[in-house]
Design a protein around this ligand. Structure first.
Ligand SMILES: Cc1cc2nc3c(=O)[nH]c(=O)nc-3n(C[C@H](O)[C@H](O)[C@H](O)COP(=O)(O)O)c2cc1C
Length: 336
């Protein structure tokens, strides 16, 4: 008997799909979602996801093995589709019989979904439009995450509330759909579950958990910040389309403007093509995020955070965060 019968009933398909007690994913966060946070989330009944980010296949291999040593519960691995070693990374997931692979950062390249399914794992995809979501679900995607612009990290242009209204009525009955972006409390979770989502994904709310290895200064910046401090980066050159990133305002935000100018000049000079230009931009983010999360350089590093950062005011253990989300959701559903 669950302590949260109404919420658990609405999450049933999601929990069955993930193999976890609650259908609450902790979205992969580069540098943050490593063995400690991932295992803590899964051990607390949620579903942790390792952020592969720019890791080499060797590093991912070691991270998965170390996570397995800390939990016997299921967890997933998030791979960025533009990673140059994507297929080797998929092989590493296969070697460890990872049950769920999340493909993020763009349309999965040809053969990647098939390569994941070949070792029996489930594929979780992101899609910015309904048409693309349908296509990905037809061509092998087993579940979908819809993520609104309130989220931390790389974002699309549309709010979670609007995406949920567009996607859920069309897809929720037949498909496994999780909602992400801007969820800070269980009441919001309950709302999306009632609309047909089978579960939710949160990042910002978990980034400063006690079990997160993020630097104490990174955590302090989150505790101090309000929703309005988590701003989306601005594209300065129309020829260089950059995916916006939501992060707390600091000097690093300004450095990104300078970086875009530098890369646009390289494009003009013909010394890089568009694909290389985008990789340079992504490498900038990976480096900047590392400086903030690991080194605690909250001035110059990137403090990727979603608008729900205003609801994060102290360090809390993962089991307490999950319990309060479930309790808030249950209380909201009981009031209906
Ligand atoms: C610090 C940080 C780093 C992130 N890094 C990644 C990443 O490497 N890959 C990815 O797919 N999503 C990344 N995200 C997005 C999260 O996985 C998640 O979808 C998002 O945080 C959910 O929205 P929320 O922040 O409003 O809870 C990141 C988010 C944050 C806050």
């Amino acid at each position: 008997m669950t302590a949260y019968p109404k919420t658990s009933a609405l999450m049933r398909r999601g929990s069955e799909f993930l193999g976890s007690e609650h259908a609450i994913l902790c979205g992969a966060m580069s540098w943050v979602s490593e063995r400690n946070l991932v295992s803590a989330i899964s051990n607390a009944g949620g579903f942790g996801v390792i952020a592969c980010g720019a890791m080499t296949p060797e590093l991912l291999d070691a991270e998965i093995a170390a996570t397995k040593a800390l939990t016997v519960k299921p967890f997933g691995v998030n791979l960025i589709t533009m990673h140059p070693d994507l297929f080797e990374l998929i092989e590493v997931c296969g070697k460890h019989s990872v049950g769920h692979v999340v493909l993020a950062g763009g349309i999965p390249p040809k053969g990647s979904v098939e390569a994941i399914k070949a070792f029996g794992a489930k594929v979780i995809v992101f899609a910015p439009t309904l048409a693309l979501a349908k296509k990905l679900l037809r061509s092998g995607g087993d579940a979908l995450v819809i993520e609104g612009m309130e989220a931390g990290g790389h974002i699309g242009p549309v709010a979670t509330s609007v995406l949920a209204q567009e996607f859920l009525p069309e897809l929720a009955e037949e498909h496994v759909v999780f909602v992400a972006g801007g969820i800070g409390r269980g009441e919001a979770m309950a709302g999306y579950l009632e609309m047909g989502a089978v579960g939710v994904q949160l990042g910002t709310r978990f980034a400063c958990a006690t079990e997160s290895i993020a630097h104490p200064d990174f955590k302090k910046a989150f505790f101090r910040a309000n929703a309005r401090d988590a701003v989306a980066s601005v594209q300065i050159d129309p020829r260089l389309p950059v995916i916006p990133v939501r992060a707390l305002k600091n000097k690093g935000t300004e450095e990104f403007t300078a970086k875009q100018r530098e890369v646009a000049n390289l494009l003009d000079a013909g010394s890089v093509d568009m694909g290389e230009a985008q990789l340079l931009i992504e490498r900038f983010w990976a480096g900047a995020l590392r400086r903030a999360v690991i080194d605690g350089d909250v001035e110059n590093g990137s403090l990727m955070a979603g608008q729900s950062v205003g609801m994060v005011s102290k360090e809390e253990p993962v089991p307490e965060i999950i319990a309060s989300l479930m309790a808030e959701s249950e209380a909201a559903l009981n009031r209906r």
